[in-house]
Design a binder for this molecule. Structure first.
Ligand SMILES: Cc1cc2nc3c(=O)[nH]c(=O)nc-3n(C[C@H](O)[C@H](O)[C@H](O)COP(=O)(O)O)c2cc1C
Ligand SMILES: C=C(O[C@@H]1CC(C(=O)O)=C[C@@H](OP(=O)(O)O)[C@H]1O)C(=O)O
Length: 391
Protein backbone atom coordinates (compact mmCIF):
# COMPACT_ATOMS: atom_id res chain seq x y z
CA UNK A 1 0.00 0.00 0.00
CA UNK A 2 1.35 3.44 -0.85
CA UNK A 3 0.07 6.99 -1.13
CA UNK A 4 0.72 10.02 -3.28
CA UNK A 5 -0.30 13.58 -2.55
CA UNK A 6 -0.72 16.82 -4.46
CA UNK A 7 -1.72 20.26 -3.31
CA UNK A 8 -0.42 23.55 -1.99
CA UNK A 9 -0.89 25.40 1.25
CA UNK A 10 -3.16 28.13 -0.19
CA UNK A 11 -4.50 26.35 -3.27
CA UNK A 12 -8.01 24.95 -3.53
CA UNK A 13 -7.19 21.84 -1.56
CA UNK A 14 -4.93 18.87 -1.10
CA UNK A 15 -5.38 15.46 -2.64
CA UNK A 16 -4.24 11.99 -1.54
CA UNK A 17 -4.41 8.80 -3.59
CA UNK A 18 -3.83 5.50 -1.83
CA UNK A 19 -3.26 2.37 -3.89
CA UNK A 20 -2.89 -1.25 -2.87
CA UNK A 21 -5.82 -0.98 -0.44
CA UNK A 22 -7.35 -4.37 0.46
CA UNK A 23 -11.06 -4.86 -0.19
CA UNK A 24 -13.53 -5.20 2.66
CA UNK A 25 -11.85 -2.84 5.13
CA UNK A 26 -14.29 -0.82 7.21
CA UNK A 27 -13.42 2.88 7.10
CA UNK A 28 -14.88 5.60 9.30
CA UNK A 29 -15.04 9.11 7.88
CA UNK A 30 -15.57 10.35 11.44
CA UNK A 31 -12.32 8.78 12.66
CA UNK A 32 -10.32 10.35 9.83
CA UNK A 33 -11.85 13.73 10.69
CA UNK A 34 -10.92 13.24 14.36
CA UNK A 35 -7.29 12.64 13.35
CA UNK A 36 -7.37 15.66 11.04
CA UNK A 37 -8.59 17.79 13.95
CA UNK A 38 -5.88 16.35 16.23
CA UNK A 39 -3.28 17.37 13.62
CA UNK A 40 -4.60 20.92 13.69
CA UNK A 41 -4.43 21.21 17.45
CA UNK A 42 -1.71 22.04 19.97
CA UNK A 43 -0.62 25.03 22.03
CA UNK A 44 1.62 27.29 19.95
CA UNK A 45 -0.03 26.88 16.58
CA UNK A 46 -0.61 30.03 14.51
CA UNK A 47 -3.60 31.91 13.11
CA UNK A 48 -4.08 29.63 10.12
CA UNK A 49 -5.62 26.94 12.29
CA UNK A 50 -8.42 29.36 13.24
CA UNK A 51 -9.36 29.51 9.56
CA UNK A 52 -9.16 25.82 8.69
CA UNK A 53 -11.60 23.07 9.79
CA UNK A 54 -10.05 20.10 8.03
CA UNK A 55 -12.43 17.38 6.91
CA UNK A 56 -11.96 14.61 4.39
CA UNK A 57 -13.97 14.16 1.23
CA UNK A 58 -13.67 10.69 -0.27
CA UNK A 59 -13.81 10.65 -4.06
CA UNK A 60 -13.30 6.98 -4.83
CA UNK A 61 -12.51 3.49 -3.54
CA UNK A 62 -14.97 3.32 -0.63
CA UNK A 63 -18.59 2.16 -0.91
CA UNK A 64 -21.04 2.08 2.02
CA UNK A 65 -18.15 2.44 4.48
CA UNK A 66 -15.99 -0.37 3.09
CA UNK A 67 -13.02 -0.33 0.72
CA UNK A 68 -13.66 -1.84 -2.70
CA UNK A 69 -10.09 -2.87 -3.54
CA UNK A 70 -9.64 0.06 -5.90
CA UNK A 71 -7.45 3.10 -5.23
CA UNK A 72 -8.89 5.49 -2.64
CA UNK A 73 -8.85 9.18 -3.54
CA UNK A 74 -9.42 11.88 -0.94
CA UNK A 75 -9.52 15.68 -0.80
CA UNK A 76 -8.94 18.04 2.11
CA UNK A 77 -10.08 21.52 1.09
CA UNK A 78 -8.31 24.75 2.08
CA UNK A 79 -10.76 27.24 3.54
CA UNK A 80 -8.04 29.90 3.20
CA UNK A 81 -8.19 29.43 -0.59
CA UNK A 82 -10.90 32.06 -0.92
CA UNK A 83 -8.43 34.66 0.41
CA UNK A 84 -5.83 33.56 -2.16
CA UNK A 85 -7.79 33.03 -5.40
CA UNK A 86 -5.95 35.89 -7.15
CA UNK A 87 -2.46 35.02 -5.87
CA UNK A 88 -2.80 31.27 -6.42
CA UNK A 89 -4.91 31.17 -9.61
CA UNK A 90 -3.96 28.19 -11.78
CA UNK A 91 -4.51 30.21 -14.98
CA UNK A 92 -4.62 33.84 -16.16
CA UNK A 93 -2.21 36.70 -15.50
CA UNK A 94 -0.58 37.40 -12.15
CA UNK A 95 -2.15 40.48 -10.50
CA UNK A 96 -0.16 43.69 -11.06
CA UNK A 97 0.23 44.25 -7.31
CA UNK A 98 1.49 40.69 -6.67
CA UNK A 99 4.08 40.65 -3.87
CA UNK A 100 6.80 38.13 -4.67
CA UNK A 101 8.63 36.34 -1.84
CA UNK A 102 12.27 37.33 -2.36
CA UNK A 103 13.69 37.15 1.17
CA UNK A 104 14.13 33.40 1.82
CA UNK A 105 13.80 32.18 5.40
CA UNK A 106 16.78 30.31 6.86
CA UNK A 107 15.62 26.85 7.88
CA UNK A 108 12.81 26.65 5.34
CA UNK A 109 13.00 25.31 1.79
CA UNK A 110 12.70 28.83 0.26
CA UNK A 111 16.25 29.53 -0.98
CA UNK A 112 17.37 26.09 -2.07
CA UNK A 113 14.01 25.40 -3.69
CA UNK A 114 14.19 28.67 -5.64
CA UNK A 115 17.73 27.87 -6.84
CA UNK A 116 16.70 24.35 -7.80
CA UNK A 117 13.55 25.28 -9.73
CA UNK A 118 14.75 28.55 -11.31
CA UNK A 119 12.13 30.90 -9.86
CA UNK A 120 12.43 34.43 -8.50
CA UNK A 121 9.41 33.95 -6.23
CA UNK A 122 9.91 31.71 -3.19
CA UNK A 123 6.13 31.38 -2.92
CA UNK A 124 6.33 28.70 -5.61
CA UNK A 125 8.45 26.72 -3.15
CA UNK A 126 6.88 27.49 0.20
CA UNK A 127 3.40 26.62 -0.98
CA UNK A 128 4.39 22.97 -1.34
CA UNK A 129 7.12 22.74 1.30
CA UNK A 130 4.57 24.00 3.84
CA UNK A 131 3.56 21.42 6.41
CA UNK A 132 0.00 22.12 5.34
CA UNK A 133 0.76 19.21 3.02
CA UNK A 134 0.71 16.90 6.03
CA UNK A 135 -3.11 17.23 6.20
CA UNK A 136 -3.82 14.86 3.26
CA UNK A 137 -1.10 12.55 4.57
CA UNK A 138 -2.99 12.20 7.85
CA UNK A 139 -6.21 11.60 5.91
CA UNK A 140 -4.51 8.90 3.80
CA UNK A 141 -3.03 7.31 6.90
CA UNK A 142 -6.57 6.86 8.18
CA UNK A 143 -6.81 3.83 5.86
CA UNK A 144 -3.63 2.31 7.35
CA UNK A 145 -4.83 2.98 10.89
CA UNK A 146 -8.19 1.32 10.27
CA UNK A 147 -6.41 -1.66 8.73
CA UNK A 148 -4.13 -2.07 11.74
CA UNK A 149 -6.96 -1.47 14.22
CA UNK A 150 -8.93 -4.31 12.66
CA UNK A 151 -5.91 -6.56 13.28
CA UNK A 152 -5.64 -5.49 16.94
CA UNK A 153 -2.84 -2.95 16.48
CA UNK A 154 -3.22 0.54 17.95
CA UNK A 155 -1.01 3.61 17.61
CA UNK A 156 -0.64 6.69 19.72
CA UNK A 157 1.93 9.42 20.31
CA UNK A 158 2.88 11.86 23.01
CA UNK A 159 5.13 14.87 23.35
CA UNK A 160 8.23 14.27 25.48
CA UNK A 161 9.87 17.70 25.32
CA UNK A 162 9.36 21.20 23.99
CA UNK A 163 12.43 23.43 23.85
CA UNK A 164 14.39 22.81 27.06
CA UNK A 165 11.40 21.40 29.02
CA UNK A 166 11.11 17.59 29.23
CA UNK A 167 8.57 15.39 30.97
CA UNK A 168 9.94 12.97 33.55
CA UNK A 169 9.82 9.32 32.52
CA UNK A 170 11.36 6.14 33.77
CA UNK A 171 12.19 3.42 31.26
CA UNK A 172 9.80 4.72 28.60
CA UNK A 173 10.61 1.86 26.20
CA UNK A 174 8.92 -0.51 28.62
CA UNK A 175 6.41 1.86 30.23
CA UNK A 176 5.21 4.11 27.41
CA UNK A 177 2.67 1.51 26.30
CA UNK A 178 0.83 2.10 29.61
CA UNK A 179 -0.05 5.75 28.94
CA UNK A 180 -3.71 6.41 28.35
CA UNK A 181 -4.80 8.34 25.28
CA UNK A 182 -7.09 10.38 27.57
CA UNK A 183 -4.15 11.83 29.55
CA UNK A 184 -2.45 12.72 26.28
CA UNK A 185 -5.38 14.16 24.34
CA UNK A 186 -6.56 16.35 27.23
CA UNK A 187 -3.12 18.00 27.45
CA UNK A 188 -2.83 21.12 25.28
CA UNK A 189 0.62 19.96 24.19
CA UNK A 190 -0.31 16.25 23.97
CA UNK A 191 1.94 15.31 26.90
CA UNK A 192 0.66 12.79 29.50
CA UNK A 193 2.46 14.63 32.35
CA UNK A 194 0.23 17.46 33.66
CA UNK A 195 3.08 19.33 35.38
CA UNK A 196 5.29 19.15 32.29
CA UNK A 197 2.35 20.32 30.17
CA UNK A 198 2.16 23.59 32.13
CA UNK A 199 5.94 24.09 31.92
CA UNK A 200 5.88 23.45 28.16
CA UNK A 201 3.08 25.99 27.70
CA UNK A 202 5.12 28.55 29.65
CA UNK A 203 8.11 27.80 27.40
CA UNK A 204 5.93 28.45 24.34
CA UNK A 205 4.59 31.70 25.88
CA UNK A 206 8.19 32.82 26.40
CA UNK A 207 9.03 32.05 22.78
CA UNK A 208 6.02 34.07 21.59
CA UNK A 209 7.12 36.99 23.76
CA UNK A 210 10.71 36.90 22.53
CA UNK A 211 9.56 36.43 18.90
CA UNK A 212 11.28 33.09 18.71
CA UNK A 213 10.18 29.53 17.90
CA UNK A 214 10.57 26.05 19.40
CA UNK A 215 11.05 22.42 18.47
CA UNK A 216 10.92 19.34 20.64
CA UNK A 217 10.67 15.58 20.76
CA UNK A 218 7.77 13.13 20.68
CA UNK A 219 7.27 9.40 20.82
CA UNK A 220 5.09 7.14 18.73
CA UNK A 221 4.00 3.92 20.42
CA UNK A 222 2.40 0.92 18.72
CA UNK A 223 0.77 -1.92 20.66
CA UNK A 224 -0.55 -5.29 19.56
CA UNK A 225 2.09 -6.05 16.92
CA UNK A 226 2.83 -9.62 15.90
CA UNK A 227 6.49 -10.66 15.92
CA UNK A 228 8.24 -11.20 12.58
CA UNK A 229 6.70 -8.37 10.56
CA UNK A 230 9.28 -6.56 8.40
CA UNK A 231 12.42 -8.20 7.09
CA UNK A 232 16.06 -8.87 7.88
CA UNK A 233 17.04 -10.11 4.41
CA UNK A 234 16.11 -7.20 2.15
CA UNK A 235 17.68 -3.90 3.28
CA UNK A 236 14.83 -1.72 2.02
CA UNK A 237 12.23 -3.85 3.83
CA UNK A 238 13.83 -3.50 7.25
CA UNK A 239 11.26 -1.67 9.39
CA UNK A 240 14.05 0.50 10.81
CA UNK A 241 14.52 1.67 7.24
CA UNK A 242 10.88 2.10 6.21
CA UNK A 243 9.71 3.65 9.49
CA UNK A 244 12.85 5.77 9.78
CA UNK A 245 12.41 7.02 6.22
CA UNK A 246 8.72 7.70 6.76
CA UNK A 247 9.42 9.79 9.87
CA UNK A 248 12.22 11.70 8.15
CA UNK A 249 9.77 12.55 5.36
CA UNK A 250 7.91 14.85 7.77
CA UNK A 251 9.04 18.48 7.47
CA UNK A 252 11.36 19.62 10.30
CA UNK A 253 12.15 16.11 11.63
CA UNK A 254 15.88 16.01 12.31
CA UNK A 255 16.35 12.84 14.38
CA UNK A 256 14.77 9.44 14.89
CA UNK A 257 15.60 6.94 17.63
CA UNK A 258 14.28 3.40 17.97
CA UNK A 259 13.93 2.43 21.63
CA UNK A 260 17.00 3.51 23.57
CA UNK A 261 18.42 4.95 20.35
CA UNK A 262 21.65 6.97 20.67
CA UNK A 263 22.02 5.98 24.34
CA UNK A 264 22.67 2.37 23.17
CA UNK A 265 25.99 3.51 21.72
CA UNK A 266 27.20 4.66 25.12
CA UNK A 267 26.38 1.43 27.01
CA UNK A 268 27.87 -2.08 27.00
CA UNK A 269 25.80 -4.80 25.35
CA UNK A 270 24.76 -6.35 28.67
CA UNK A 271 22.88 -3.12 29.50
CA UNK A 272 21.25 -2.76 26.12
CA UNK A 273 19.96 -6.02 24.66
CA UNK A 274 16.62 -7.36 25.82
CA UNK A 275 16.80 -10.83 27.45
CA UNK A 276 14.47 -13.45 25.94
CA UNK A 277 11.94 -15.26 28.12
CA UNK A 278 9.27 -17.87 27.44
CA UNK A 279 5.82 -16.79 28.58
CA UNK A 280 4.42 -20.30 29.06
CA UNK A 281 0.94 -19.14 30.06
CA UNK A 282 0.47 -17.36 26.72
CA UNK A 283 2.72 -19.70 24.72
CA UNK A 284 4.89 -16.91 23.37
CA UNK A 285 8.41 -15.55 23.57
CA UNK A 286 8.75 -12.25 25.35
CA UNK A 287 11.44 -9.87 26.67
CA UNK A 288 12.27 -8.63 30.15
CA UNK A 289 13.06 -5.15 28.78
CA UNK A 290 12.35 -3.25 25.56
CA UNK A 291 15.45 -1.16 24.90
CA UNK A 292 15.25 -2.18 21.24
CA UNK A 293 11.91 -0.37 21.05
CA UNK A 294 10.17 -3.37 19.53
CA UNK A 295 12.44 -3.98 16.53
CA UNK A 296 15.27 -6.47 16.05
CA UNK A 297 16.89 -7.24 12.70
CA UNK A 298 14.44 -4.86 11.04
CA UNK A 299 11.46 -6.92 12.26
CA UNK A 300 8.89 -6.50 15.01
CA UNK A 301 9.72 -8.45 18.18
CA UNK A 302 6.12 -8.45 19.43
CA UNK A 303 7.01 -5.90 22.13
CA UNK A 304 5.56 -2.39 21.75
CA UNK A 305 7.20 -0.33 19.03
CA UNK A 306 8.59 2.82 20.65
CA UNK A 307 10.14 5.38 18.33
CA UNK A 308 11.18 8.92 19.25
CA UNK A 309 11.63 11.81 16.82
CA UNK A 310 13.17 15.26 17.19
CA UNK A 311 11.66 18.30 15.49
CA UNK A 312 13.70 21.43 14.88
CA UNK A 313 12.29 24.87 15.79
CA UNK A 314 9.88 26.48 13.31
CA UNK A 315 11.92 28.46 10.71
CA UNK A 316 9.61 31.49 10.38
CA UNK A 317 10.59 33.97 13.08
CA UNK A 318 8.80 37.16 14.06
CA UNK A 319 12.27 38.63 14.66
CA UNK A 320 13.72 37.34 11.40
CA UNK A 321 17.28 36.17 10.79
CA UNK A 322 19.57 37.61 8.16
CA UNK A 323 19.02 36.63 4.57
CA UNK A 324 19.84 37.94 1.08
CA UNK A 325 17.23 39.69 -1.06
CA UNK A 326 17.04 37.70 -4.30
CA UNK A 327 16.18 40.86 -6.34
CA UNK A 328 18.83 43.26 -5.00
CA UNK A 329 21.35 40.67 -3.68
CA UNK A 330 21.64 42.95 -0.61
CA UNK A 331 21.54 41.81 3.02
CA UNK A 332 17.93 41.70 4.22
CA UNK A 333 15.67 40.34 6.92
CA UNK A 334 13.94 37.06 6.13
CA UNK A 335 10.20 37.02 5.38
CA UNK A 336 8.01 37.29 8.40
CA UNK A 337 4.57 35.84 7.91
CA UNK A 338 1.81 34.26 9.97
CA UNK A 339 3.30 31.13 11.49
CA UNK A 340 3.21 28.47 14.16
CA UNK A 341 5.58 29.06 17.08
CA UNK A 342 5.65 25.38 18.02
CA UNK A 343 4.06 22.47 16.15
CA UNK A 344 5.51 19.45 17.96
CA UNK A 345 2.08 18.10 19.08
CA UNK A 346 0.84 18.32 15.48
CA UNK A 347 3.97 16.68 14.07
CA UNK A 348 3.44 13.77 16.47
CA UNK A 349 -0.01 13.13 14.97
CA UNK A 350 1.49 13.20 11.47
CA UNK A 351 4.14 10.73 12.68
CA UNK A 352 1.47 8.32 13.97
CA UNK A 353 0.09 8.20 10.44
CA UNK A 354 3.49 7.66 8.84
CA UNK A 355 4.31 4.81 11.23
CA UNK A 356 0.86 3.33 10.57
CA UNK A 357 1.48 3.38 6.83
CA UNK A 358 4.87 1.71 7.08
CA UNK A 359 3.48 -1.00 9.38
CA UNK A 360 0.33 -1.59 7.33
CA UNK A 361 2.47 -2.03 4.24
CA UNK A 362 4.73 -4.53 6.05
CA UNK A 363 1.68 -6.48 7.32
CA UNK A 364 0.34 -6.69 3.78
CA UNK A 365 3.66 -7.92 2.43
CA UNK A 366 3.57 -10.71 4.98
CA UNK A 367 -0.11 -11.60 5.06
CA UNK A 368 -1.43 -10.51 1.66
CA UNK A 369 -3.28 -7.46 0.44
CA UNK A 370 -6.27 -8.49 -1.67
CA UNK A 371 -9.01 -8.61 0.92
CA UNK A 372 -9.49 -8.52 4.68
CA UNK A 373 -10.88 -12.07 5.02
CA UNK A 374 -7.79 -13.65 3.42
CA UNK A 375 -5.46 -11.42 5.43
CA UNK A 376 -7.18 -12.41 8.69
CA UNK A 377 -7.03 -16.10 7.77
CA UNK A 378 -3.29 -15.80 7.06
CA UNK A 379 -2.74 -14.07 10.40
CA UNK A 380 -4.70 -16.77 12.23
CA UNK A 381 -2.56 -19.50 10.68
CA UNK A 382 0.63 -17.60 11.51
CA UNK A 383 -0.43 -17.14 15.14
CA UNK A 384 -1.18 -20.86 15.41
CA UNK A 385 2.27 -21.74 14.08
CA UNK A 386 3.96 -19.31 16.50
CA UNK A 387 2.00 -20.90 19.35
CA UNK A 388 3.16 -24.39 18.46
CA UNK A 389 6.77 -23.14 18.23
CA UNK A 390 6.64 -21.87 21.82
CA UNK A 391 4.96 -24.88 23.44
C1 LIG B 1 2.90 20.28 11.69
C2 LIG B 1 3.96 21.22 11.23
C3 LIG B 1 3.70 22.59 11.21
C4 LIG B 1 4.66 23.49 10.79
N1 LIG B 1 4.37 24.82 10.79
C5 LIG B 1 5.30 25.71 10.34
C6 LIG B 1 5.01 27.10 10.31
O1 LIG B 1 3.93 27.55 10.69
N2 LIG B 1 5.98 27.94 9.87
C7 LIG B 1 7.19 27.49 9.43
O2 LIG B 1 8.03 28.28 9.05
N3 LIG B 1 7.49 26.16 9.45
C8 LIG B 1 6.57 25.27 9.90
N4 LIG B 1 6.89 23.94 9.92
C9 LIG B 1 8.23 23.51 9.56
C10 LIG B 1 8.52 23.61 8.08
O3 LIG B 1 7.47 23.06 7.33
C11 LIG B 1 9.84 22.91 7.76
O4 LIG B 1 10.83 23.34 8.63
C12 LIG B 1 10.23 23.18 6.32
O5 LIG B 1 9.38 22.45 5.46
C13 LIG B 1 11.67 22.86 6.02
O6 LIG B 1 11.91 21.48 6.00
P1 LIG B 1 13.08 20.83 6.82
O7 LIG B 1 12.91 21.38 8.19
O8 LIG B 1 12.86 19.38 6.74
O9 LIG B 1 14.38 21.29 6.24
C14 LIG B 1 5.93 23.02 10.35
C15 LIG B 1 6.19 21.64 10.35
C16 LIG B 1 5.22 20.74 10.79
C17 LIG B 1 5.52 19.28 10.78
C1 LIG C 1 -1.40 25.37 7.37
C2 LIG C 1 -0.76 24.52 8.17
O1 LIG C 1 0.50 24.72 8.63
C3 LIG C 1 1.26 25.72 8.06
C4 LIG C 1 2.65 25.19 7.92
C5 LIG C 1 3.57 26.25 7.48
C6 LIG C 1 4.88 25.82 7.01
O2 LIG C 1 5.63 26.71 6.53
O3 LIG C 1 5.24 24.64 7.09
C7 LIG C 1 3.21 27.59 7.55
C8 LIG C 1 1.90 28.07 8.06
O4 LIG C 1 1.01 28.32 7.01
P1 LIG C 1 0.30 29.75 6.84
O5 LIG C 1 1.38 30.64 6.30
O6 LIG C 1 -0.80 29.58 5.88
O7 LIG C 1 -0.17 30.14 8.19
C9 LIG C 1 1.26 26.99 8.91
O8 LIG C 1 -0.01 27.38 9.30
C10 LIG C 1 -1.36 23.27 8.62
O9 LIG C 1 -0.63 22.49 9.24
O10 LIG C 1 -2.55 23.06 8.36
Amino acid sequence: MRYYTAGESHGQGLVAIIEGVPAGLKVSEEQINIDLARRQSGYGRGGRQKIERDTVQVISGIRFGRTMGSPVAMIVKNRDWENWTDRMAPFGEAPLDLVREVTPRPGHADLVGALKTNTDDCRNILERSSARTTAPRVAAAGIAREFLAELGVDIFSYVVSIGSVSMREENPYMNAAQYTPLAIETSEVRCPDAEATEAMKREIDRAIKTKDSLGGTFRVVVRGLLPGVGDYAVPTERLTSTIGGALFSIPAIKGVEFGMGFECARRPGSQVHDPIELDRANAKFTRTSNNAGGLEGGMTTGMPLVVTAAMKPIPTLMQPLQTVNLDTLEVAQASKERSDVCAVPAAAVVAEGEVAFALADAYMRKFGSDNMADIKAAIKAYKQRLNTMSR
